[in-house]
Write a protein that binds this ligand. Structure first.
Ligand code: 0X9
Ligand code: ZN
Length: 414
């Protein structure tokens, strides 16, 4: 008995040590990164006004799909719990891992980071009199934000007196179509220069910058497992195995004033400070060092929309002439691509986005295009390679128009 009792005490002690060891093993600092991240969800909630949508955005949901009565979007585990605690009516919630996904080999026509960089470099080296490719700065993990500059007079980072236009793609990792459209635009402009007199005339008086992939680390993270992660943010390690800052909430104009989150796990995490991320810093520095840039177009997916400032407030931009320019340009472009033109905040309030900063700080006429498709049921972020060419064709005329009006933006009012 004595002996038996001693044995069982030793057994219990042994089990205790084992538990303690495995606990320490899981929670000890360096091991933490190996923890499986908390699940993220696709949620559908009722909302029929911009105010209702903004309440949901303020919870930290990245709204992606808006119908007249609902919104769909992605959120982290904590945001979902808060929605439930706040008695939000959740119509659907699916762990993102369980959503049907298209297997990447079927999407081989999409360009990853290496392919995008190689294509831009090849365009520049085959057309040294017209184009140059260089880095606008490094991403967090040291990948380059490659720029293709199209200018027959100036190469690389040199100053130009010509009116400038900048096209940006893929702030959000999973929005791969938003890499393809600016990449095809770069190819079209360079390859048509000698063939299409309209393109030549346009480019001979403009300075065009194209950065098809602002978030290369996020893009590679989204596709690295031979399946999509449906990743949105960059890959900043926020500690505790929680990754990512939303680059389209990290710009410094009215940063953190609504529609973003201070929770590092949120899909719309604004970061610890405005411009805390190397990717947004690179875009900021690039634009500031090219004061001739008059127009900006930031490609996103999806919903088929043309958006213009403000996004952080329901107020229109205060300068009534500028407002008229935004409205006129958006309407003109909508006639070509069939997208719906509106002020960003009509969708929902979001602060810290590219276009509010570009207009708010730099008075650049800045637009966001939400490309194809219209809805999640049409493929959402992963609509397949079949839409690439048609989406580019639908948006070519709007892009040529933006290059054209850069010479005299107010001229559209005459
Ligand atoms: O939320 C965003 O960052 C953009 N939509 S996305 O689905 N691509 O994430 C839209 C930004 C436009 N700004 C505002 N709605 N304020
Ligand atoms: Zn986006």
């Amino acid at each position: 008995m004595e002996n038996g009792g001693g044995l069982s005490r030793r057994f219990i002690f042994g089990i205790g040590v084992l538990f303690l060891f495995s606990f320490l093993n899981v929670w000890a600092g360096p091991q933490r990164k190996t923890l499986k991240p908390l699940p993220r969800y696709w949620v559908v909630l009722p909302a029929s006004t911009r105010a209702e949508r903004s309440v949901i955005a303020n919870f930290g949901v990245a709204i992606e799909e808006v119908t007249s009565t609902t919104v769909g979007g992605s959120c982290d585990y904590l945001t979902l719990s808060r929605l439930k605690q706040g008695n939000a009516k959740i119509l659907q919630s699916w762990p993102i891992e369980l959503l049907p996904k298209v297997f990447p080999p079927r999407d081989a026509d999409y360009h990853d980071y290496g392919e995008t960089a190689a294509d831009l470099a090849a365009l520049a080296s085959a057309n040294p009199d017209l184009a140059s490719a260089y880095s606008a700065g490094p991403s967090l993990n040291g990948r380059s934000l490659w720029v293709l500059r199209i200018n027959s007079e100036v190469k690389g980072n040199g100053a130009s007196a010509r009116p400038g236009v900048i096209f940006l793609g893929t702030h959000h990792a999973r929005e791969h179509l938003s890499t393809e459209v600016p990449l095809l635009l770069a190819k079209h402009l360079v390859n048509q220069y000698a063939k299409d007199p309209k393109v030549k005339a346009l480019l001979d008086s403009r300075d065009v910058y194209i950065i098809p992939m602002v978030n290369p680390d996020g893009v590679e993270y989204d596709i690295e497992q031979n399946d999509y992660r449906m990743w949105r943010k960059n890959v900043r390690d926020n500690g505790g195995g929680v990754l990512g800052v939303d680059l389209n909430r990290n710009y410094g104009y009215k940063w953190g004033t609504g529609g973003s989150s201070g929770n590092p796990g949120s899909e719309v995490y604004k970061g610890p400070a405005p411009f805390s991320e190397p990717e947004t810093q690179a875009v900021k520095n690039f634009i500031e060092s090219h004061p001739n840039i008059k127009m900006l177009l930031s490609f996103h997916t999806f919903s088929e929309l043309i958006l213009y400032p403000w996004g952080h407030t329901y107020d229109p931009v205060p300068d009534s002439r500028d407002r008229a320019v935004f409205e006129k340009m958006a309407k003109t472009m909508a006639a070509w691509n069939g997208y719906r033109p509106e002020q960003s905040s009509e969708l929902y309030i979001a602060s810290g986005d590219t276009t509010d900063w570009a207009y708010g700080e730099r008075r650049i006429f800045a637009f966001t295009f939400e490309l194809t498709p219209k809805s999640m049921s049409q493929g959402g972020f992963y609509p397949g390679a079949g839409v690439i060419n048609g989406t580019f064709q639908a948006n070519l005329e709007p892009c040529l128009y933006l290059i054209s009006v850069a010479g005299d933006p107010y001229g559209v009012l005459r």
